[in-house]
Design a protein around this ligand. Structure first.
Ligand code: NAD
Length: 485
């Protein structure tokens, strides 16, 4: 299983029959930018072609021996031998929280930055556990870890371009892959993950923690109980002022995330706002699926202004052109004609917001701050209920999962407890041989918003069709239920 890591090459898919799309994104151009910025080399190579698109341009033939993973459940594991790749800001938190879970052994840690790997390993020792095997010898040392250590599951929290090749390698060595958001940045790489999961029979779950937020769980429960009637529209966003990343030169997201803003223009990080809304709507499982998307970006200003504020004129940060529009607004139309707006802005001085809005024939639920307006009898809903007024709503509709582990999750921390609940569920489902709450195809569809929005922005808003990663089987998988434990 040694050898070169997969790359996506030039983005060649045609999502729209009869329409040539050559979006600006390619791993190669991003790597060039990384090199230009003196950022870490990644060793990724390009290699892909897209010869087996069907006539519709949105479905690919399954590989020999593939199985549908919609409700896939693996054999139960009494204890989980878990490995980690990437123990920076995010991955180190995953290690700390997994040490709290019953039946989980942290047995291997990999990070190409030795102090990050070492500090995660020491954390295990401090928790009274055995010291895990450490792999810190460069970009591809994770391959050695996968070869040498017998692992049941591996959590990946590395820069985005590594998610897909690492996910493929993990599944090919027989472990389940749990990848940070997004699953991948190109449609080609998303298909690669789908094919590998289907042929190896291993989980490939994107770890969308926001699906486990208290408000998101509450809304899911209310939607499933029919409180807002027939759902017809949703809105999600990632609005987070991350301009400080322009200052990060040695460590941190600024060392790799910025390169995406130099080479790509679109909705670069869609899944936090979108995932929970898509689950409420039952997209890619049972009720509906994403069908097409249109996308527009505003002018790109914030990163350039920030670079000018932080660095002298001749600094590399000031010699780059940041092309990703400050605000990207994308609109998804589902197969049943419902709509979802998805926004991305990490460059403007705005308070954090994910919108988290879902609207139906009997009412509307929204976030930031949590608000509810209901009209069960058709008499009108012209004001929001919020703050203390929501007490009866929480009493009636608090999600059973939150009732069960919310207190423990709040104590553990991590985005208000959502990280803990997600990791708790992953461990629980693996140990009990249950399907994951977010399946392979949901992760792929939510992640596809990035490359498809880039294609739409590049073609001045031409609609782009979503691949059907389920190959027509999404209706066979029930929508996510309101799960207890
Ligand atoms: N779900 C969430 O709420 C959330 C929050 C933050 C970050 N994230 C995601 O987590 C991932 C990591 O983000 P972060 O903030 O921790 O970034 P980071 O830069 O702090 O950490 C990334 C780590 O990966 C390591 N790394 C890079 N290439 C590697 C390789 N080839 N092999 C082994 N290790 C390698 C780096 O040394 C670093 O320690 C990203 O995908 C990000 O989008 C998710």
């Amino acid at each position: 299983m040694k050898g070169s890591v997969m790359g996506s090459g030039v983005f060649e898919d045609r999502y729209n029959p009869g329409m040539e799309n050559t979006p600006p994104t390619s791993r190669r151009t991003i790597l060039k930018s990384l090199a230009g910025l003196g950022m870490a080399a990644t060793g990724l190579t390009s290699c892909q072609s897209n010869s087996n698109l069907s006539n519709s341009g949105i479905v690919r033939k399954a590989k020999a021996g593939a199985q549908y993973m919609g409700q896939f459940a693996a054999a139960p594991l009494e204890r989980i031998r878990m490995g980690f790749i990437g123990t920076g800001a995010r991955g180190s938190g995953h290690v700390a929280q997994m040490l709290l879970m019953e039946g989980v052994d942290v047995v291997a840690i990999c990070d190409n930055h030795a102090p990050a790997a070492d500090s995660a390993a020491r954390r295990c020792e401090k928790a009274g556990r055995a010291l895990p095997a450490v792999y810190d010898q460069g970009d591809e040392d994770y391959l050695r870890m996968l070869e040498e250590v017998e692992l049941d599951a591996v959590i990946v929290a590395t820069p985005w371009l590594w998610h897909a090749p690492m996910g493929v390698a993990i599944m090919e060595t027989g472990a389940h892959a749990f990848l940070e958001v997004p699953l991948a940045t190109t449609v080609d790489d998303l298909w690669k993950l789908v094919d590998t999961s289907e042929t190896t029979g291993r989980h490939c779950m994107m770890m969308e923690n926001v699906c486990y937020g208290r408000e998101e769980l509450l809304f899911l429960n209310m939607v499933r109980q029919g409180v807002i009637g027939e759902v017809n529209h949703g809105e999600g966003a990632y609005i987070h002022d991350l301009r400080h990343q322009v200052k990060e030169i040695e460590r941190g997201e600024g060392t790799w995330r910025l390169a995406h803003h130099i080479t790509r223009d679109g909705n670069l990080y869609p899944t936090h706002g979108l995932g929970p809304i898509a689950q409420m709507m039952g997209c890619e499982r049972g009720l509906d699926r994403f069908e097409r998307i249109v996308s527009f970006s505003s002018p790109a200003r914030g990163r350039q202004l920030e670079a000018a504020r932080d660095w002298p004129a001749n600094h590399p940060r000031n010699q780059q052109k940041y092309i990703c529009g400050d605000m990207n607004t994308s609109l998804i139309r589902t197969q049943h004609g419902r709509t979802i707006m998805v926004q991305h802005d990490v460059t403007s001085p705005r308070p954090y917001d994910r919108l988290n809005l879902i609207s139906g024939t009997k009412g509307i639920l929204a976030g930031f701050p949590t608000r509810v307006a209901l009209d069960p009898e058709g008499k009108g809903a012209h004001g929001w209920t919020k703050g203390d007024g929501l007490k009866p709503i929480y009493e009636q509709y608090e999600h059973p999962l939150y009732v069960q582990v919310g207190e423990e999750a709040r104590r553990a921390g991590g985005h208000g407890g959502m990280d803990f609940i997600m990791l708790w569920r992953i461990a629980y489902c693996l140990r009990n041989g249950l399907p994951m709450d977010q399946n392979l195809y949901e992760g792929a569809a939510w992640s596809a918003v990035s490359p498809l929005s880039e294609a739409s922005v590049a073609s001045l808003g031409e609609p782009q069709r979503f691949p059907d990663f389920t190959r027509g089987r999404w209706e066979a998988t029930p929508e996510l239920a309101v799960i207890g434990s």
